[in-house]
Design a protein around this ligand. Structure first.
Ligand code: NAD
Length: 357
């Protein structure tokens, strides 16, 4: 398939290529949609095996951002950027300044932030060349580390699921198995312990489980066991792909509500969970606290303002779960449905305005 067909398949709005031989910059910015607002998405710095792989990844990620922002009810569109290379050897300040000029040239249609392979410090260099950067440190006028905000959103989502399933958002005594107690998982474990939930954790990093066990007194199990611990909620907070053909039959939870991106290994795994009678809260709805925190920078950031915005995940997720019930479809499909409806409604308004002028 040619580049134009590739871009057209998922209806991406535009794709931009930036190169600077002096700094070694080779970057692609994909804008999937700006119907709801400027396209926000982080910059991934990765040694892609080929330019084709980089293009495929940026297109996929940009589309995901459109759905994430729409489901979160934000006035933001979806976009993403990739820089091809090894951040450890190629991520120089010169390269990030050059990248900043590239982002600036898009005039604010695309707003960047950190992602895999880039850091807040890198984004501060980018910010010397463009205003279209978010997620800087609080001292630099940004919203700082998004992980606590993401964890807050996960708890809110778990309360929405508890309300749906058991008629109360009270998580006291609820058994929650957390896979991965890193930045988000540990913050989640702290919040849940404070709410009186019964937390069980696992992590490949013994220092992480040690901290959780010593600080919170939670139960630690082996990483190969955590997904089949008997519990009400399984919370994947490590890497993607935890919900797959092999793991789903072994799950002994009632619902899956966690922060990890791309939890479903494949699309049919959403249907597998449904057939197994397990309620799956779509990952990109549950983990939207981070992007909502960034959106809260608009007009001046405060933790209180961000918290109010993050707590709307409760209603957003409830709408998606009820849509799934009403249409008798999987929750993942229902999330896409809700996002598409919101985008279509905004596009219709725009068309009406155009006709009026
Ligand atoms: P992190 O790197 O701080 O934590 C991940 C933890 O998972 C680490 O402690 C790691 O040791 C552990 N881990 C890795 N592989 C594992 C395995 N096979 N079994 C058990 N544990 C394993 O990352 P994070 O920022 O906490 O993010 C966690 C997940 O949430 C990621 O999938 C990330 O993409 C997603 N997410 C994070 C944010 C955020 O604000 N940080 C926002 C949205 C989504």
């Amino acid at each position: 398939m040619g580049v134009f067909d590739t871009i057209g398949t998922e209806r991406h709005q535009s794709v931009h290529f930036g190169a600077d031989p002096d700094t070694g910059l080779r970057s692609i910015i994909a804008i999937h949609s700006t119907v709801l607002g400027p396209a926000l998405g982080g910059t991934r710095f990765y040694p892609y095996a080929s330019e084709e792989n980089a293009l495929y990844d940026v297109l996929r990620l940009a589309k995901g951002m459109t759905y994430k922002a729409a489901c979160a009810g934000l006035a933001l569109g979806g976009g993403k950027a990739v820089i091809i290379g090894d951040p450890a050897t190629s991520g120089t300040d010169d390269l990030f300044r050059s990248y900043g000029r590239f982002v600036d040239g898009l005039g604010g249609q695309y707003i960047t932030a950190e992602d895999v392979g880039t850091t807040v410090a890198d984004m501060e260099v980018v910010a010397t060349r463009t205003d279209h950067v978010r997620g800087l440190t609080i001292e630099h006028g940004g919203s700082g580390d998004p992980s606590p905000a993401t964890a807050r959103g996960v708890v809110v989502a778990q309360k929405a699921v508890a309300t749906m399933l058991w008629g109360s958002e009270d998580l006291t005594g609820t058994r929650v198995a957390i896979k991965g107690v890193g930045k988000v998982g540990m913050s989640l474990a702290r919040r849940l312990s404070a709410l009186g939930a019964d937390v069980i954790v696992a992590d490949v990093n013994p220092a992480a489980t040690e901290l959780a066990s010593v600080e919170l007194g939670v139960k630690v199990v082996d990483v190969d066991e955590i997904h089949h611990v008997e519990c009400e909620i399984f919370a994947p907070c490590a890497l993607g792909g935890d919900l797959n053909e092999r793991s789903i039959p072994e799950l002994r939870c009632i619902a899956v509500v966690g922060s990890a991106n791309n939890q479903l290994a494949t699309e049919p795994d959403g249907d597998r969970l449904r057939a197994a009678g397990i309620l799956y809260a779509p990952d990109f709805v549950v983990n939207a606290g981070g992007i909502i925190n960034i959106a809260a920078e608009q007009g001046g950031y405060s933790i209180e303002k961000a918290a109010v915005m993050i707590d709307r995940i409760f209603d957003n997720l409830t709408e998606i779960l009820t849509t799934a019930d009403r249409l008798d479809i999987g929750t993942h499909t229902a999330a896409e449905h809700v996002a598409e409806e919101r985008i279509a409604a905004a596009a219709a308004l725009e068309a009406e305005r155009d006709l009026g002028t």
